[in-house]
Design a binder for this molecule. Structure first.
Ligand code: F6P
Length: 349
């Protein structure tokens, strides 16, 4: 028997299911016997939570619908795979399940942590003489995976962010009769500024775009920021500023940690970064004495269905299929990348 198991991991995107559809369609066309889906990624797999996808997908139409449906159909997880010497039992458990299900290839759709998992599982298989193949499918709105030209999910999020920024700017402009107003838009991307940079897409003939943009890659200087805002207020009554959720001071502290608003750790012990815009809106209201507003696009950035781009959907579908092809041809421990030069996805270690 030659079966495949596929999982989704990390933050969802508008096109994460397009990759799942690509994996499924290609696996069936290549004659694999069964395609299993892990429920909530590797965390679910460890609890033996998986489903035979043929019980969920009955037709070409189902595949097409899946391809166009945002948010993780199988459920996602945040999971950091331990090193083999740290916890060998996790590896033994996973391989026990893979062997029980006659898995030929394990395909993981995700970001940096997921690709790390693929590499570790593949290394373990080679080390212990097991033959399963492990392939990664790139997925993240953050666009922060190395080697690939860009990541599926980013384009749709960028399109949504650009369009939403324009709407926020227009709305704010209508509210400034005899008063100033500062709007702070908070954009996702904990460590990478691509998404916040996409707010500049709002700049078109009929829209100036955001007045200031702050990325996590550049240390944030709050005094310089205040000075710039005050200078701008002398020239215009409505200012729109885009900030990444992850902007940090030169000493490494997140801006959202400066006040009490955004500084919290969730029930799973993860530091949550919401609150950057709220903190800055409070700060500017006090310093500039004008109306301020915080706008967080939050999860809409990654799961707004009406903004999924056609190219993004097709690319996500294609990289899913390419992972199955690569596994079928014997590759392992690799991630599919998008190569703009050849215009074809190709494999890379
Ligand atoms: O990794 C993608 C992402 O959407 C980041 O942009 C964001 O910082 C993070 O996920 C939020 O994760 P969660 O929804 O788990 O809080």
């Amino acid at each position: 028997k030659r079966n495949i198991i596929v999982g989704q991991s990390g933050g969802p995107t508008s096109v994460i299911n397009s990759s799942l559809a690509g994996v499924y369609k290609n696996a069936i066309e290549r004659g694999f016997d069964k395609v299993y889906g892990m429920l909530h990624g590797i965390q679910g797999l460890l609890d033996e939570q998986y489903v035979d996808l043929s019980t969920q997908i009955h037709s070409e139409l189902d595949i097409e619908l899946l391809k166009r449906t945002p948010s993780a159909f199988l459920g996602s997880c945040r999971f950091k795979m331990p090193e083999i010497h740290e916890d060998k039992t996790i590896y033994e458990k996973i391989f026990g399940i893979l062997n029980k299900l006659d898995i030929y290839a394990f395909i993981y759709i995700g970001g940096n942590d997921s690709m790390d998992t693929i590499k570790k599982l593949s290394d373990y298989a080679i080390l212990t003489g097991q033959t399963q193949k492990f392939l990664g499918v790139p997925k993240t709105i953050d666009n922060d995976l190395a080697l690939t030209d860009h990541t599926p999910g980013f384009g749709s999020a960028a399109k949504y962010i650009g369009a939403s920024t324009k709407e926020v700017i227009r709305d704010a402009q209508g509210l400034t009769y005899k008063k100033n107003m500062i709007t702070i838009m908070e954009i996702m991307g904990r460590n990478a500024g691509w998404l916040t940079g996409a707010t500049a897409l709002a700049k078109t003939e009929d829209c100036d775009g955001p007045d200031l943009i702050y990325l996590p890659e550049v240390a944030f200087d709050i005094e310089r920021f205040l000075h710039k805002v005050k200078e701008l207020l002398k020239k215009k009554s409505s200012i729109v500023i885009a900030v990444s959720e992850g902007i940090k001071l030169a000493d490494g502290r997140y801006v959202c940690e400066l006040g009490s608003v955004g500084d919290y750790v969730d029930a799973f012990g993860h530091k949550q970064l919401q609150g950057t815009a709220t903190y800055l809106a409070n700060f500017l209201a006090a310093e500039c004495g004008c109306k301020t507003r915080a706008v967080e696009l939050s999860t809409l950035q990654r799961s707004a269905s009406h903004m999924a781009s056609r190219v993004d959907i097709d690319e996500a579908f294609m990289v899913g299929g390419a992972a199955v092809k690569a596994a079928d041809e014997g590759d392992t421990g690799k991630m599919v990348v998008i190569d703009r030069v050849s215009d074809d996805p190709y494999m890379s270690a």
